[in-house]
Design a protein around this ligand. Structure first.
Ligand SMILES: [Fe+2]
Length: 258
């Protein structure tokens, strides 16, 4: 099975870009399932219901979110109504809308999809290491393979999570920092891992944001309004190949830019 994980979409041009090429990429790479982090797709800080629909139409099977999960007002009801297709981090308080995991059937294989937020240099949510254990326990017997989008700031927290889940979750990737890391590998227990997928959006700014506003904020420490950057759009992703024989193992991880 081939799973394509696409880095954080920034701005609506990223959705237009995927709409124009993702079905072709899926077919060329022989992809069975596509997951994409969409939390910055509606003008950086959030995702609207309309834009979530557009991402799913572009060829994405599952949207994951992160610290900007609730940045758009209408996303709460959409999360509740579409919990098989869009996840928010599972370690948010239980009162929040939406779900943090879903089981999807992909070619007869039951794929457990999970989304968690880190807590180092981020909001103080439930401990993601404890939450992922509880999620795996609660879903035992209901899935064959599992994947996790760990939306986190600290490289160390992401690497630790990969090793913590080695052999238990076949695909673990990080999102949020918007720059792809060069550490894609298969861990000893058979988990495919990369610390950060990178970003899908305009390459001309600072992590997808217009550079002038970001530089001004760094120079003056005063609030500035962030807008989406200009420049050509690229999609940064990773392709995970998982063997279809038990015990399930990831056998290959490749970075993909399109
Ligand atoms: Fe984020």
């Amino acid at each position: 099975m081939k799973i394509l994980a696409i880095g954080d979409l920034v701005g609506r041009r990223s959705i237009e870009y995927l709409s124009g090429c993702l079905w072709r990429v899926r077919s060329k790479l022989g992809v069975d399932f596509v997951v994409a982090n969409g939390e910055n797709a509606t003008e950086i800080h959030g995702l609207s219901a309309k834009d979530a629909e557009a991402i799913l139409h572009s060829g994405v099977d599952l949207i994951t979110l992160g610290n900007h999960a609730f940045g758009c007002r209408d996303i709460g009801a959409y999360l509740d109504d579409n919990s098989h297709a869009i996840l928010r981090p599972a370690n948010y308080p239980a009162l929040c809308p939406g779900m943090g995991c879903a089981v999807r059937e992909v070619g007869g294989v039951r794929l457990l999809c999970m989304n968690l937020s880190g807590t180092s240099f981020m909001d103080q949510l439930d401990n993601p290491f404890g939450v992922v254990d509880r999620l795996l326990d609660s879903q035992r017997g209901r899935y064959d393979l599992a994947l996790l989008d760990f939306h986190a700031e600290a490289t160390s927290e992401k690497v630790a999570m990969g090793l913590y889940l080695d052999g238990r979750v076949q695909v673990v990737f990080g999102t949020h920092t918007h720059v792809a890391t060069a550490d894609e590998r298969v861990l000893p227990g058979g988990t495919g891992y990369i610390t950060d997928l990178g970003m899908t959006g305009p390459t001309g700014g600072v992590l997808g944001t217009d550079s002038q506003a970001v530089i001004q904020r760094f120079c003056t420490r005063m609030p500035t309004r962030f807008t989406v950057a200009d420049g050509p759009v690229e999609a940064h992703a990773a392709l995970f190949t998982v063997s279809e024989e038990k015990p399930w193992r990831c056998v290959r991880v490749e970075r993909v830019v399109f």
